[in-house]
Write a protein that binds this ligand. Structure first.
Ligand SMILES: [Zn+2]
Length: 267
């Protein structure tokens, strides 16, 4: 995570901001996934504008919560909302529920009900909940945008399924077979290649591979001619073209290209 730390020349404020954000996020993550803060390790690394907050799972074998933070689009928003609550702010309005003026419950900068703990004593003097309120309010309104490469395997499968041509059962069978044999999934579905005037059913972009799933309609002579022309153009552009046919076994055809699909395991 790369927080906008404001004026990088103001070292003291920057320090306060970054450390407060660190403990606020850890508290939010712990609350969302019901783990102890002490099960999450965290540290501020780097210098100046290159500073990052590193959070890791300290428990042996991991807790799986940080993975979910990336996989669940609303996770970071939920974490921000909980962090605000923990720091006595109304997560919707940002209103301070325990203003410093309140002599009984007031929390000036940080207290043991919010950010302070026995474990972060060395940073107590730096922590100030007011510094991160606005950032957390804007994080709360955001969603994690997961890049294709960052999608989990399951999510990528679901996404590909949602992109398949509804008229093509073969496309879905192909993806389903890759998934069940734990093979590599395409990076793209219906990726239009303007220079070749065609839209391959699937592509492995990094490998420059296009995959077509040909149902019986592709056996009609007219369609055959169009297909061949488009695939020739793709090959001229440097793509490798793999055709998966409806009238041959999927496993047999997929196994012919282990360098693209991987070796796979028995479904
Ligand atoms: Zn407090």
């Amino acid at each position: 995570m790369h927080p906008d730390i404001g004026d990088p020349d103001d070292e003291a404020t920057t320090n306060s901001f970054v450390y407060t954000l660190q403990y606020a996020l850890v508290a939010g993550v712990a609350a969302r996934y019901q783990v102890e803060s002490s099960e999450l390790g965290s540290e501020v690394i780097g210098e100046g504008l290159g500073r990052r907050i590193l959070i890791w799972e300290a428990a042996e074998g991991g807790l799986g919560v940080l993975r979910r933070l990336v996989d669940e689009p609303d996770a970071l928003s939920g974490v921000a909302s909980l962090a605000l609550e923990i720091m006595h702010f109304d997560p919707d309005t940002g209103e301070d529920m325990r203003p410093p003026e309140d002599e009984v419950h007031g929390c000036a900068r940080a207290c043991y009900d919010c950010l302070l703990s026995y474990y972060n004593q060395r940073h107590h003097r730096l922590l100030d909940r007011h510094l991160v309120r606005d950032l957390l309010l804007s994080l709360k309104g955001g969603r994690v945008r997961v890049e294709i490469a960052g999608r989990s395997y399951d999510e990528q499968c679901q996404w590909l399924m949602s992109e398949t041509d509804s008229r093509s059962a073969l496309e879905r069978q192909f993806i389903d077979h890759l998934y069940r044999t734990r093979r590599s999934l395409p990076s793209h579905a219906q990726m239009h290649v303007p220079e070749a005037e065609c839209t391959p059913d699937f592509a492995y972009e990094g490998l420059h591979v296009c995959v077509f799933c040909d149902g019986s309609v592709h056996d009609q002579p007219q369609q055959q001619g169009r297909d061949e022309a488009a695939r020739r153009r793709l090959r001229e552009l440097g793509y490798r073209v793999i055709t998966i046919r409806y009238d041959r076994g999927l496993e047999e055809q997929i196994a012919e290209h282990p360098d693209v699909f991987g070796e796979g395991v028995r479904p």
